[in-house]
Each structure stands twice: as structure tokens, then as C-alpha cells.
Ligand binder design. Structure first.
Ligand SMILES: [Zn+2]
Ligand SMILES: [Zn+2]
Ligand SMILES: [Zn+2]
Length: 391
């Protein structure tokens, strides 16, 4: 088992339109090929037809084998038992071995489909269908043609006379039931009641109800282009055509894709939330830092201011103290001066007193002397002079 995918649109894989998809299915009722050794299956395939292009197991336990040519188709179809005796049936895939393409051509607009088919059928084209437009009773031809081509790999171009017409993949409208309006089956296979395409209730004429889609329950009619269910069905069809896979494989891929998309969305929203919270957190941290910085600055300013105030008070106090000291010193000096003056005055007085005392002694001595003199020689009596009485 080598490559597990099939060639896609526009890929050339050597065999061209001769490649085919064969199905190996287990014969026994209710059993499938899950759990059967892939080595044994590969050995069996190789022993019948050599190396094939690709093989893969489907979800329901069948094996799809892409073979190169008609000879491999014939040889593979001969397998009825795998190497370990499991009975199988091998057949060509019903829908995957042809594909539809769209071409545009105004030059054959008025030719019939059959006439065109006779020209192009040598290129492996099995059906030509011109798209018509307008009401059922008055359809007019368009320049669009849908061609069914043999093989799993659509040709890039179709030759029509001298013209080379470029092909595009054809995506049919999703299969829709015109009775219950749901997708995936036709009205022939429908067991449900007929629904109103506007309100989604049981069918009635002239609907005056609010629009409600039978498929998505949104407020639009069942045929609205914006319906998400219709979009999903279209996606499935496109995938099925582009990858040349069955509808069920396409459904699995789309649903896996939606799950991944959903989990990615959830993850993205969680990431977004985490990012938001982180940003908020860092913004708050920044704010806290800013406040801390502000607090620090404020504390510093306050400290400086207090220091300044304190210094100013201290200086004032110092000055006051200095002044009062100086005043006191001056007073003391004054007092000292006064004391000195007093002392001088005292000394002076003491000197004066001594001198006075001395003078007094001198005077007393003189008085004494005079007295002695008077006693030794009393004065002579003169006329008019009264005699002094001695002591
Ligand atoms: Zn239905
Ligand atoms: Zn209605
Ligand atoms: Zn809808």
C-alpha cells in the first residue's frame, strides 16, 4: 500500500483517462476488511496485477484500488479470495470512474447535445448536456456545457474542431428533497411530510408566517443563499468532486475540518483571553510600579521638605540662642567693666582715706607741737588782748 490519496483535478498521472478505481469488498454478509492484514491484501493485489497506483481502506472497511489500465482492471477483477482465504468481490466503482467538467463555447450554442457528442466522444466523453435557462415552457440555450468524461482524472482541455476548450470542475447543486426540503435524498425516497419553504411548517398556500428555515432554523426561507446548511452541502459537493472521493468521505473531511476549526476558534478565543489578561496584568503591574515610584518620590519630597523645615527651625533656634548668648556675654562684659570701675573707685577711696588719715595725724602732731610751744613760752600780754586762760 503506497500513496493513500487519489489523483486530484488537473494532475496527470501517466495513465490518463485509463486509470480506474476498483473496489474490493468482503463477501460474507455483515463483515468488512477492517483488521485484515494489509501485508496479505497487498500481496494478493500484486500477485494478480503487479504494482498499482494507490490503494486505501474506507471507513466502512472496503478497499479502493487505483489501477493503471484496463489490463489491471481485468486481472484485479479475478480476485475472489485474499491470501488467507477471506472471500471478496472486486468491481469498478460506480461513480468515481467518471467525472464531469464544464466548458464554455458560444460557437456550438445552437447545436444539439447529440451532435456535439459525436464530435467529442473519441476523447472519452460519454455525455454532453447544455445548460438551459428560463421557465420550463420557454427554455433558452446558454453557452455552458456539462461533459461526462471517462476516467478519474478530468482532462485540462477538450478539442472541439479547431478550438481547445478549457475545462473547469463541475459542482452540481447539492441533492435536495423538494418535499421535506432537506438535503441528501430526493422526494422519491422521502418519508416525511411536505414542508412550507418559507416558514418550515406543514405545507400550506400563501404563507404569512415569519420565515424559518427547515434546515438551520434561522430566519430565512429554505432556499435562502445565506443558509449555513446549504453552504456546508455545497462545500461537501466541491470536496467530493475535487478529491474524487465519495460523499461520505467528503462528509468526514468536512466534519473533521469543522471540529478543528471549532477547536481552533475555542483555542484562539482562549489565547485571546490569556493575551488580554496578560496585557491587563502587565498594565496593572505598570500602574503599581508607577504608584510605587510616585510614593517613593512623594516620600523623598516629604523627607526633603521636613529636613528643610527642620533645618530652618534649627537655624532659627541656633540664631536665637547665639543672639541671647551674645547678649548675655555683653551684659557680663558690662558687669565686669562696672566691677572694675567700682574696684578702682574703692581703691581711690582707700587711698584718699589713707591720705586724709595721714593729714589728720600730721595736723594732730602740729597741734601737739603748738601746744607744747605754748606751754614753754606763753605769749606776752599786749594791750587789747585778752589773756588766754590756760587749760
Ligand atoms: Zn425529504
Ligand atoms: Zn409557511
Ligand atoms: Zn437555513
Amino acid at each position: 500500500m503506497n500513496n493513500l490519496s487519489f489523483p486530484r483535478l488537473g494532475e496527470t498521472s501517466g495513465g490518463g483517462s485509463r486509470e480506474k478505481i476498483m473496489v474490493i469488498e468482503r463477501q460474507e454478509e455483515g463483515k468488512n476488511l477492517h483488521g485484515v492484514s494489509p501485508v496479505l491484501v497487498e500481496k494478493t493485489i500484486q500477485s494478480y496485477c503487479g504494482t498499482v497506483i494507490a490503494a486505501k481502506k474506507t471507513k466502512d472497511g472496503k478497499i479502493f484500488v487505483t489501477v493503471r489500465n484496463e489490463s489491471q482492471v481485468k486481472n484485479l477483477a479475478k480476485i475472489s479470495k485474499l491470501a488467507d482465504g477471506i472471500t471478496v468481490k472486486v468491481y469498478e466503482h460506480k461513480s468515481l470512474n467518471s467525472c464531469k467538467v464544464v466548458v464554455f463555447c458560444r460557437d456550438v450554442k445552437n447545436d444539439t447535445d447529440a451532435a456535439i457528442l459525436t464530435i467529442v466522444k473519441v476523447q472519452g466523453i460519454t455525455e454532453v448536456k447544455q445548460i438551459m435557462k428560463g421557465p420550463e415552457d420557454n427554455k433558452t440555450p446558454t453557452v455552458i456545457f456539462i461533459l461526462t468524461v471517462k476516467g478519474i482524472c478530468p482532462p485540462k482541455e477538450i478539442k472541439l474542431g479547431y478550438l481547445l476548450l478549457e475545462t473547469r470542475p463541475w459542482y452540481p447543486n447539492p441533492l435536495r428533497c423538494f418535499k421535506c426540503l432537506k438535503f441528501g435524498h430526493t422526494s422519491k425516497d422521502c418519508n416525511s411530510e411536505k414542508k412550507c419553504s418559507k416558514c418550515g411548517e406543514a405545507f400550506h398556500d400563501a404563507c404569512n408566517n415569519e420565515a424559518k428555515c427547515v434546515n438551520c432554523k434561522n430566519e430565512h426561507g429554505a432556499f435562502a443563499k445565506e443558509c449555513p446548511v446549504l453552504a456546508k452541502e455545497k462545500q461537501l459537493t466541491k470536496l467530493k468532486i475535487d478529491r474524487n472521493i465519495t460523499f461520505w468521505e467528503a462528509r468526514n473531511i468536512v466534519e473533521e475540518g469543522l471540529k478543528t476549526k471549532y477547536s481552533n476558534t475555542v483555542k484562539a478565543s482562549i489565547d485571546e483571553e490569556v493575551k488580554r489578561l496578560t496585557e491587563e496584568n502587565s498594565a496593572q503591574s505598570a500602574k503599581i510600579d508607577e504608584l510605587n515610584e510616585e510614593k517613593k518620590t512623594y516620600a523623598e519630597t516629604l523627607k526633603n521638605e521636613l529636613e528643610l523645615q527642620f533645618d530652618a527651625k534649627l537655624n532659627q533656634y541656633k540664631e536665637k540662642l547665639n543672639n541671647s548668648i551674645q547678649e548675655k556675654v555683653k551684659k557680663m562684659e558690662q558687669m565686669e567693666e562696672n566691677m572694675l570701675a567700682l574696684q578702682k573707685r574703692c581703691e581711690h577711696l582707700a587711698t584718699s582715706y589713707k591720705e586724709e588719715k595721714h593729714r589728720r595725724k600730721q595736723a594732730e602732731k602740729e597741734v601737739e607741737k603748738l601746744k607744747e610751744n605754748c606751754i614753754k613760752s606763753p605769749p606776752r600780754k599786749k594791750k587789747g588782748v585778752t589773756e588766754m586762760t590756760p587749760y
